[in-house]
Design a protein around this ligand. Sequence first.
Ligand SMILES: Nc1nc2c(c(=O)[nH]1)N[C@H]1C(S)=C(S)[C@@H](COP(=O)(O)O)O[C@H]1N2
Ligand SMILES: [Mo]
Length: 322
Amino acid sequence: MFRGRKPELTYADVTPKELYFNRRKFLQAMGIAGAAALAGKNLIDLASPPRGVYAGAKFTNLTKSPFSTTEKQNSFEEVSHYNNFYEFGVDKDQPAKNAQKFRTSPWAVSVEGEVKTKRKFTMEEILKLAPLEERIYRHRCVEGWSIVVPWIGFSFSVLAKLVEPTPKAQFVAFESYWDLGQMPKARPELAGIQFPYVEGLRMDEAMHPLTLLCVGMYDDVLPNQDGAPVRMVIPWKYGFKSIKSLVKIRFVPKEPPTTWNLANAHEYGFYSNVNPNVDHPRWSQARERRLGEIFKRATLMFNGYEDQVSSLYTGMDLKKYY
Ligand SMILES: Nc1nc2c(c(=O)[nH]1)N[C@H]1C(S)=C(S)[C@@H](COP(=O)(O)O)O[C@H]1N2
Ligand SMILES: [Mo]
């Protein structure tokens, strides 16, 4: 039993901010006496944070984003148990089961290509690049379901500006982690797609303030099945553009290959902007079902972010560039 004054004491209460994300350092800083004072159950809680190794405390002092929707959020339970993450199985309930032991620490993201300063960012560095914001976004899967999620992160442009892309950087290529040892289902013959999972954005899309480098959701780190420890979220595009468990970012001169386009170019284009007027070859995209609801609702142009992003596509035939 905990015998101190404040049984709900958390990591955040007892550590300076810089130490939140390093448990070993934290325990060292506490010293034996401090650790003993915490005693019992709570020390065990600290030693095995609830969701991920960068956890230990819920994120606090999150900046509220003007881009957040006021629509009703889906529950954490819904968002963490209905996933597409083919590295951990192709069924929606499999990632939550199969990603449990996925090791997300240590973690680093290398940034390469047409930049002045190539750089590898550790996860600890990424978490300190900018104030973390809460961004409540609609997320529309190409399969016809949608969710509303309070993501945590900051605009991808923050990181991009740090490495100083050269004028040759016209697109950004993203790559996910891939390790058959930890992801035995991540084989083309089982999943029907190539690995590692790759995605891409045009430079202006990547630099748009809505494009989020995401490190958490619901005030905490990302659950493994939602793309821990760091992923992209591009809310006006179909969900498959929002690549999970990022390890590499390359600034490149040409449009890079993307996983679903490689798998089936006829059905999945490079742009993949949510568009109720352009059907998928096998189904309509006009309506969608919000997880947890019975009746379908109309899908909005650019997933409801038309005012912010339509200017990126002026003059483009969106039936051709789907
Ligand atoms: N590496 C990787 N990223 C991925 C996927 C995947 O299978 N592998 N699935 C995509 C698809 S189709 C969707 S809809 C979203 C789902 O994100 P969520 O499970 O957090 O809702 O992740 C995208 N990112
Ligand atoms: Mo999706």
